[in-house]
Design a binder for this molecule. Structure first.
Ligand code: FES
Length: 95
């Protein structure tokens, strides 16, 4: 099972493939910032520290929201939309 580490809390959980990063935060017991839960508000943005290639690629909708917030999709993802695929991932919550 892929492991997701959430910084700065250093909380870790085992995620199922297809879980969103928000789901992983839940499993790890970390309160994650989120608003719409539907890939439109951008409040759930997180930095992907390692393992970006272990996430499913962003949808056009996610890319549009990241662009609206001037966030580089190679470094940032929306936790409500980015889904774990096959490997370990580390993310950092933003202040
Ligand atoms: S919670 Fe609104 S975009 Fe993720």
């Amino acid at each position: 099972m892929p492991r997701v580490t959430i910084l700065p809390a250093e909380a870790v959980c085992e995620a199922s493939p297809g879980d969103t990063l928000l789901d992983a935060g839940h499993k790890a017991g970390v309160e994650m910032e989120a608003g719409c839960f539907n890939c439109s508000c951008g409040t759930c943005v997180v930095e992907v520290v390692t393992g970006a290639n272990h996430l499913e690629p962003p949808s056009d909708e996610e890319l549009d929201v990241l662009d609206a917030w001037s966030r580089d999709p190679d470094r940032f993802r929306l936790a409500c939309a980015a889904r774990v695929a096959t490997g370990d991932v580390s993310i950092r919550q933003l202040d």
